[in-house]
Design a protein around this ligand. Structure first.
Ligand code: GLN
Length: 529
């Protein structure tokens, strides 16, 4: 039977509950246990696919094509767990299912209510994810005290009772602010949030305290006393230079023992050797490259979480630090672009900032700066190339100009029929065949790859020939040859665009080959070898 860890949050959001849950997964894997993770999100969107990255950060796409919360990205980067559509449950999805059942008459005349119908549905969706795992880590989104998260907290409370003693535990993540004027760490917000949790019937087994510094013994003792937890179960989680150091810190604080004890699991010394190695590389790399990410949502770093992590992984692969320079695609300054060691144009939707992206691409192409276009980035590479190299001045994507005479990026027939916006893109993993003798083929070291997609528009095949005769190589195609997946420039050190999102598959221990090679090219440009 699987055991469950329920992770709740208190005081405020953005405490890194996702990374915390992922790190708990990492230490359990280090102990040799098979784990998976699940995120419960209290909002009413059925999935975050229709939400702006400004509101919610990046939409993480799973292998099976679900558009999910960005925390699932942390889960995959920190652990071996494979995320699917079942690993992210939103209140919207829960209500959608319950209302669909009610319409079918499944409730046999009952009055349909939050308790028990919504809570039963939540429990069913949680149970569904366990498969053959030893431990399931369930992160409850939101903050304790929010009206929205109540049904989720009630459902996990019931579930823990049903699972029986020793089969589940609660870990509460809170914030302990340092008040400068008093020169003190304050425990009151934590006390209150635990009180709130206990009022709804949940007694935490351990408390993870986020703070800008380590918690001294006295503070831990105070939190333990007021929260009714053992002092050894108050864990200090100070700000870290590298998030990949968190599993190490948790082990130092004894979290592996606490979990084994509370879940009645055999204690095994958690082997975190690979995490230590990663942190050592990050700490000791003495050279760095500057990569400019030119996008629309650069004010909110979370909007490009997987990209920034994948760039760091590319650095790990080359023993280099990667300095990411975020540049808004509105108002791109060419002289600043020239100072970069490499340029990355990420995916996106909508016309804002398109001109700036194309300007940066032109400079990257003409001045032989390593340039990486991802999804919309690749599409803009095609438009820029059509306009400035082939001479089709009015070339465009029909996303931005439906009447362009040169629709180099266009919808395929099946997408033209779609009217709903939610969940209707080309989503999830698709195969791609790499052409012999190309850069992409060499970078991947194999001919068949699978990469994740999230887009509606594609390269328009009627323009393939003219692109090829002008120096573009279509190095990755769908197995039937109908879809362009990768394009590269022949006479350029590194100018590659891909229609998919490679960033979703990069891990610190397995940096994505395209990112590793991109960072290597940046280093070469800078003269580091
Ligand atoms: N807006 C483009 C499309 O729908 C690109 C999407 C993306 O970059 N993820 O095809």
């Amino acid at each position: 039977m699987s055991k469950f860890i329920f992770v709740t949050g208190g005081v405020l959001s953005s405490l890194g509950k996702g990374v915390t849950s992922a790190s708990i997964g990492a230490i359990l894997e280090g102990m040799g246990y098979r784990i998976t993770l699940q995120k419960l999100d209290p909002y009413l969107n059925v999935d975050p696919g229709t939400m702006s990255p400004y509101q919610h950060g990046e939409v993480f796409v799973t292998e099976d094509g679900a558009e999910t919360d960005l925390d699932l990205g942390h889960y995959e980067r920190f652990t071996e767990a494979v995320m699917t559509k079942d690993n992210n449950i939103t209140a919207g999805k829960v209500y959608f299912n319950v209302i669909a059942r009610e319409r079918k008459g499944d409730y046999l005349g009952a009055t349909v209510q939050v308790i028990p119908h919504i809570t039963e549905e939540i429990k069913e969706l949680i149970r569904k994810v366990k498969e053959d795992k030893d431990v399931v880590i369930v992160e409850v989104g939101g903050t304790v005290g929010d009206i929205e998260s109540l049904p989720f907290l009630e459902a996990v409370r019931q579930l823990s009772l049903e699972l029986g003693r020793g089969n589940s535990m609660f870990i509460h993540v809170t914030y302990v602010p340092y008040i400068k004027t008093a020169g003190e760490l304050k425990t009151k917000p934590t006390q209150h949030s635990v009180k709130e949790l206990r009022a709804i019937g949940i007694q935490p087994d351990a408390i993870i305290c986020r703070a800008d510094r380590p918690l001294p013994r006295g503070i831990k003792a105070k939190i333990a006393l007021f929260s009714n937890v053992e002092e050894s179960c108050v864990i200090s989680a100070p700000d870290l230079d590298y998030i990949y150091d968190l599993p190490n810190k948790f082990k130092e604080e004894g979290l592996d023992r606490i979990i084994a004890d509370k879940l009645n699991l055999e204690y095994r010394n958690s082997n975190l050797g690979r995490w230590k190695k990663i942190v050592n590389i990050l700490k000791n790399a003495d050279q760095s490259v500057k990569v400019g990410v030119i996008g629309k949502y650069t004010e909110l770093r979370d909007a490009y979480k997987s990209i920034s992590e994948a760039l760091i992984h590319g650095g790990i692969a080359n023993n280099l630090k990667v300095e990411i320079i975020w540049k808004s695609s509105e108002g791109v300054d060419i002289s600043e672009i020239r100072e970069l060691d490499a340029i990355l144009i990420p995916g996106g939707f909508g016309e804002r900032g398109i001109k700036g992206k194309m300007e940066a691409l032109r400079v990257g192409r003409e001045e032989e700066i390593p340039t990486f276009g991802i999804c919309l980035g690749m599409q803009m590479m095609a438009v820029e190339f059509a306009r400035n190299v082939i001479g089709l001045k009015e070339a465009n994507s029909t996303e931005f100009d439906p009447h362009t005479p040169y629709p180099v990026i266009d919808l395929m027939e099946d997408q033209k029929k779609v009217s709903n916006l939610g969940g209707t893109m080309r989503l999830g993993a698709y195969p791609c065949v790499l052409k012999e003798g190309t850069k992409a083929r060499k970078i991947y070291g194999k001919s068949l790859i699978h990469e994740r997609h999230r887009h509606r528009y594609e390269f328009n095949n009627s323009f393939r020939e003219v692109f090829e005769s002008n120096g573009i190589v279509f190095s990755g195609l769908s197995p039937d040859g109908k879809l362009v997946e990768i394009m590269e420039l022949d006479n350029h050190p590194w100018y590659i665009g891909c229609q998919f999102h490679p960033e979703f598959k990069s891990k610190p221990f397995a940096p994505h080959p395209l990112f590793a090679s991109f960072i290597k090219a940046a280093a070469l440009r800078k003269g580091i070898s």
